[in-house]
Write a protein that binds this ligand. Structure first.
Ligand SMILES: [Fe+2]
Ligand SMILES: [Fe+2]
Length: 475
């Protein structure tokens, strides 16, 4: 096998060239990664030169380079945030110990599971999004899609680095399996539910990057607190890139709403059929997509009561969001937390030990954060003078995991009968017809500065480039 010069090919700050065992492991894995990218990465993009940012350091002042890159030649780098001298384990039974630089033997299996579960989401989203390039509403959007795809690829590299560096042979096997599972595959699916759903159109893509990449943010924030220092340092740097993914989602939905509102005001109608006839997406359909993506994403936090969550916390592997900013004892024994349950056909609140409810704690933090964007979208509608407001559904709506799985709850939080659910499902969740309508609008717009009819242009371009910059050269 040809040797690969990692200092040249893979930008890194982990002294790759000095760790021969690691270098061998990565040399073995890298061609398989490229094969996966060619198979499952963005469809038909192999020859495009795309204006992408590439991480080249962890300096907050200038961590990325921008320039046109042929996508399969993207330099997927490995970066860890700098070591904090004297960092401790900040929560759980081991609180106060020095943070671990090597995997503690007794936590090895759990830690591997946490890293594999996070790592699995990264290639999954690339697979979910692989056909979207064929229907991009503009060059600007196409570039953003590809930026997210290459960075999810880099996030996979980040997790594979940890597996190769710290988990020996089983780490190498897990790294191979990360390239073998496929989103939505019946026999060998990705690990988590939302990462096996389709992302068939650009409205789904923006919802996904707003809601589901934000789940990524919260998981990464919880792992950035980890007592296993290499995991904390690598996830901290991943968060730097994640911000842009969520921006693409939030601004994408804003632009869809803006365009719809402009058309509604021009035709002076709020009738969804008339709005659709103008080739834009009615606000009701946007609400249904929102309901779907919100509910599927909050399932990703796991069961409301979970002994695994307690173990991960007790052992110092996975903290809470902003763990070190909280002023409690960071051990949480004897503390309670409120979760939802169902009694006599009604939702009730139940107090359970907080240690067992840490998935719910993280989910609630996530919900607070994600609702902010819904408020900002409503500002766009309000500014247009239209009396419609989007709303995040109740957290018990359409749940498939935990106590609420299987309970039928309306978006406003009422437990409803099977019959009422069946009657309203089309008003609450995207129907096949909604999806077909949205799909019918999708068509490729490739001329610089031009945008599909159903979406407004962005306020500004990427990296201070003009909106009509040639972000993608198709060659
Ligand atoms: Fe990611
Ligand atoms: Fe992301």
């Amino acid at each position: 096998m040809a040797s690969i010069d990692y200092t040249d090919k893979i930008p890194n700050n982990v002294n790759l060239s000095e760790d021969k065992a690691l270098q061998r492991a990565l040399e073995h894995w890298q061609p398989n990664y490229i094969d996966w990218w060619k198979d499952m990465g963005p469809d038909g993009s192999q020859n495009f030169d795309v204006y992408l940012r590439t991480a080249v350091s962890v300096d907050p002042q200038g961590w990325a380079n921008f320039g046109h890159v042929k996508m399969p030649d993207y330099r997927w780098g490995i970066f860890l945030n700098p070591k904090e001298e004297g960092r401790k384990v900040n929560f759980g039974e081991n609180k106060g110990q020095d943070a671990w630089q090597e995997v503690p033997g007794e936590h090895r299996a759990n830690l591997r599971r946490i890293i594999v579960t996070q790592g699995d989401t990264e290639p999954a989203s690339v697979e979910q999004q692989r056909h979207l390039g064929l229907t991009a509403p503009s060059q600007y959007d196409l570039r953003n899609l590809f930026q997210i795809n290459v960075e999810e690829g880099r996030h996979l590299w980040a997790m594979v680095y940890l597996l190769h560096k710290h988990f020996g042979r089983d780490g190498r096997e897990e790294a191979e399996s990360l390239l073998e599972r496929r989103s939505g595959d019946e026999d060998n699916p990705r690990i988590l539910g939302a990462f096996n759903e389709k992302t068939p159109d650009w409205l789904s893509f923006y919802m996904f990057t707003y809601f589901t990449d934000r789940d990524g943010k919260f998981q990464l924030c919880a792992l950035a607190e980890s007592g296993f220092d290499p995991l904390a340092r690598t996830t901290k740097f991943m968060l730097t890139e994640e911000a842009h993914h969520m921006f693409v989602g939030e601004s994408g939905i804003s632009r869809v709403i803006q365009r719809t509102c402009d058309v509604m005001n021009r035709i002076k109608s709020d009738d969804p059929a008339k709005v659709r006839a103008e080739g834009v997406i009615d606000l009701q359909t946007i609400q249904r997509y929102l309901n779907f993506h919100f509910s599927v994403t909050i399932d990703l936090f796991g069961a409301d009561e979970s002994s695994n969550a307690a173990i991960f916390y007790n052992s110092g592997l996975k903290g809470r969001f902003e763990e070190t900013k909280r002023d409690d004892d960071h051990k949480l024994h004897g503390r309670g937390y409120t979760v939802l349950g169902v009694q006599d056909g009604k939702l009730i609140e139940r107090e359970v030990p907080m240690l067992n409810a840490l998935n719910e704690v993280l989910r609630d933090d996530y919900i607070r954060d994600s609702i902010g964007g819904v408020g900002r979208w409503n500002k766009v509608i309000e500014k247009a003078g239209i009396p419609f407001r989007l709303q995040a559904p109740h957290k018990a709506f359409n749940r498939k995991i935990g106590t609420l799985a299987g309970v039928k709850v309306s978006p406003d939080g009422r437990v409803v009968s099977e019959a009422e659910w069946a009657q309203n499902e089309r008003a609450w969740l995207p129907s096949a017809e909604d999806r077909a309508f949205v799909a019918s609008l999708m068509g490729r717009v490739v001329e610089p500065g031009k945008f599909a009819n159903w979406i407004a242009p962005p306020v500004m371009g990427i990296n201070r480039m003009p909106v009509d910059f040639e972000y993608v050269r198709f060659n």
